[in-house]
Design a binder for this molecule. Structure first.
Ligand code: PMP
Length: 309
């Protein structure tokens, strides 16, 4: 039975006890990775109660991922947004990690999914702390460059957040952890920096901030966009450009960002210290601006917070 992480779960339009939300072993997505999903966070804010961060953008990306794979999610984006708020409220969560996932269920073993086949839809919400650890948020994590490259652009679309893509992420993070690192960084097939197993990357040297472009086999993260926007507010422009591996070794600061990892400094890569081996000043500023959105010290000019109530 699934490890229970909250009391209730939203499954195909119904809120049901966590342990009742089960699927058949012949579920298409188990065999072929035919699912698209999101990772979303909700934060407790002193001024607006519990708020979902960039809910509309996450739901849009869920539907974009589905569109790429010609999947039909039998709900509107508004229904998904409403269901997300409902499941957080029903579980009485103050802060949450939210996992909406659309997948093909028990539709037979054919790879040829019938046109118009509808997906199942699950929305889970549960408590989940700092993905790379509280210590990592403050002092940075040790990362390595993995021997696995990210997907070639003409093999599978990395811009879709599809279940199957995460076999690549698992290889990356397993190799990193086996060698004693907290996270792995992958290159694309051209040898340029791509991203972490589940995070986008920013490299800072001499005040110049760069991040791999969408063409470097990344998932264009919503946190990546948040960081670019917050940096622009502070007067920093981010260059989206191909970055060679050695830039990791020469950086003054590196940060990783994603919904799960939030904004996490990288303190070493392949055993080489990044800057002075801790959280750099620009990273700290971005982190403060990012977490400030939730404690109210950063004004939410963009309407990124959706109150649950
Ligand atoms: N890259 C990958 C491979 C990811 O899984 C994630 C997490 N969804 C990200 C980047 C960061 O994306 P976001 O900021 O939208 O969570």
């Amino acid at each position: 039975m699934a490890k229970r992480q909250a009391d209730f779960i939203w499954f195909n339009g119904e809120i049901m006890p966590w342990q009742d939300a089960t699927v058949h072993v012949m579920t298409h997505a188990i065999h072929y990775g035919s699912s698209v999903f999101e990772g979303v966070r909700a934060y407790h804010t002193p001024h607006q109660g519990t708020c979902v961060f960039r809910l509309a953008e996450h739901t849009q990306r869920l539907f974009d991922s589905a569109k790429i794979y010609r999947m039909t999610i039998p709900y509107t984006q508004e229904q998904v947004n409403q269901a997300t708020r409902d499941i957080i409220r029903t579980n009485k969560l103050k802060s949450a990690y939210i996992r909406p996932i659309a997948f093909y269920g028990d539709i037979g073993m054919g790879l040829q999914v019938p046109f118009g086949q509808e997906t199942e839809l699950v929305i889970a919400a549960f408590e989940w702390g700092a993905y790379l650890g509280e210590e990592g948020l403050k002092n940075g994590v040790d990362a390595c460059v993995t021997s696995w490259n990210r997907l070639a652009a003409n093999t599978m679309p990395t811009g879709a957040k599809a279940g199957g893509n995460y076999l690549s992420s698992q290889l990356i993070s397993m190799e990193a952890r086996r060698h004693g690192y907290q996270e792995g960084i992958a290159l694309d097939i051209n040898g340029y920096l791509s991203e972490g197993a589940g995070e986008n990357l920013f490299i800072i040297r001499n005040g110049v901030i760069s991040t791999p472009p969408r063409t470097a086999a990344i998932l264009p993260g919503i946190t990546r966009d948040t960081v670019i926007t917050l940096l622009a507010e502070m007067g920093y422009q981010v260059r989206e450009e191909n970055i060679p591996r050695e830039a990791l070794y020469l950086a003054d600061e590196i940060l990783m960002c994603g919904t799960a990892a939030e904004v996490t400094p990288v303190r070493s890569v392949d055993g080489i210290k990044v800057g002075n081996g801790g959280r750099g000043p620009i990273t700290e500023k971005v982190q403060n601006a990012f977490f400030g959105l939730f404690d109210g010290t950063t004004e939410d000019k963009w309407g990124w917070l959706t109150p649950v109530e």
